[in-house]
Ligand binder design. Structure first.
Ligand code: ADP
Length: 356
């Protein structure tokens, strides 16, 4: 018997006309249901080209006809016209030819269900850890970090960069420090400007970040998402061709449900979850070398289990990690042989293996 998952599997073979990405991962499928063998699929797209819906309808019908047990097919496509002539609308596909992320080999997002779990701290150290393990393995590395945490951009501070990015033609040139390329909303607004970004503004910013940053050739780009699972996260998922997402959590029981709820969004847009990273897992007592589980234990394992993914590793609660963030030199760069740095390398290696 077919089920809704088999419909989604079939739909994820349908590419948006003229693009390399499928309609499920673009978030264009509003619903896909089955009723006594009849598949009912609703799509919502933004285009001014009448050929696109016609083409899509045909391709969707063909894909659904392949699903065993489907006897009837109903496809509805809601078309919204672009307001002016912007290059991309939320939920619309981005032409590959104009993608300025084309020199970037892999793009991963770092997400968390809520703020304060150390997501940004994790992102900067992960970027530095990719730099370390790639250099170790290949003798060279090119890594970038994109701070999409438009509500509270902290990456510039943590990476020790200030000043405005320069502009080359229509593109922003990322700043660079410690061998990592960096772009953040925090570099574009004044320190004391309150950043009250409303939904549409967030979408716009993320689209611009996705299209107008001159990253050059990168082995990997780490995207620091805003906390939570609202429109901002969805907008990233729809505008940036992500290869996967890493979910950061803490060991507390209370963090598990919000983590798993948050991560479900990636499933909906067909972005693989690469694993869970547990931050502030334990405090390594310098007096006796013992691990103290200040925030409890088991949260990372349980979140990974519930998300049917693996626990990539545990990062200790370490004063030097906080200091690194405050001073603008992530611990992976300042103390590359520390226990904490090694926990980041382990996670970076596992992610690279999964992406390979
Ligand atoms: P988020 O991005 O999830 O809001 P941050 O990365 O800003 O969280 O971290 C919140 C605070 O916790 C920061 O002061 C940071 O330095 C600190 N912090 C994060 N991870 C650790 C850790 N493993 N050990 C010690 N302090 C940490």
């Amino acid at each position: 018997m077919p089920n809704e998952q088999s419909l989604l599997n079939a739909l994820s073979t349908v590419k948006y006309p003229g693009f390399s990405r499928d309609i499920v991962s673009f978030g264009l499928v509003r619903s896909a249901t089955l009723n006594s063998g009849t598949a009912n699929v609703q799509l919502a797209i933004t285009t001014s080209d009448p050929l696109v819906p016609a083409n899509l309808k045909k391709n969707v019908e063909e894909a659904l006809a392949e699903v065993e047990g489907v006897s009837g097919i109903e496809v509805e496509i809601a078309v919204t016209k672009p307001k002016s002539a912007p290059p991309v609308q939320p939920g619309a596909a981005q032409p590959q030819t104009t993608s300025l992320i084309s020199g970037v080999k892999k793009i991963i997002a770092v997400a968390s269900g809520k703020g304060g779990v150390g997501k940004s701290t994790f992102s900067v150290n992960l970027a530095c850890a990719f730099d370390y393990v790639l250099n170790e393995a290949l003798g060279s590395s090119a890594v970038g970090i994109m701070d999409c945490d438009v509500y509270g951009p902290s990456i510039p501070l943590m990476m020790g960069v200030r000043g405005r990015p320069t502009i080359d033609g229509e593109s922003l040139v990322p700043l660079e420090n410690l061998g990592i390329k960096i772009m953040s909303m925090g570099l574009l607004v004044d320190n004391d400007t309150p950043v009250i970004w409303r939904g549409p503004m967030v979408n716009k910013t993320i689209q611009q970040f996705a299209q107008n940053v001159k990253w050059g050739d990168l082995d990997i780009l780490v995207v620091d998402l805003p906390p939570g699972t609202g429109d901002a996260q969805l907008s990233v998922a729809q505008n940036i061709p992500l290869d996967g997402a890493v979910i950061v959590t803490t060991p507390q029981e209370a963090a598990v449900s919000v983590t798993t709820r948050g991560a479900k969004m990636f499933d909906k847009v067909n972005i693989p979850i690469l694993g869970v990273a547990e931050n502030m897992s334990y405090f390594l007592n310098p007096a006796n070398g013992e691990k103290e589980y200040i925030f409890g234990s088991g949260g990372g394992e349980r979140a990974a289990e519930q998300l049917k993914t693996s626990l990539l590793g545990k990062i200790p609660l370490d004063g030097a990690i906080r200091q690194g963030g405050d001073m603008g030199i992530p611990i992976v760069k300042s103390s590359p042989t520390s226990v904490s740095s090694k926990s980041f390398y382990e996670i970076a290696r596992k992610i690279l293996e999964k992406l390979a």
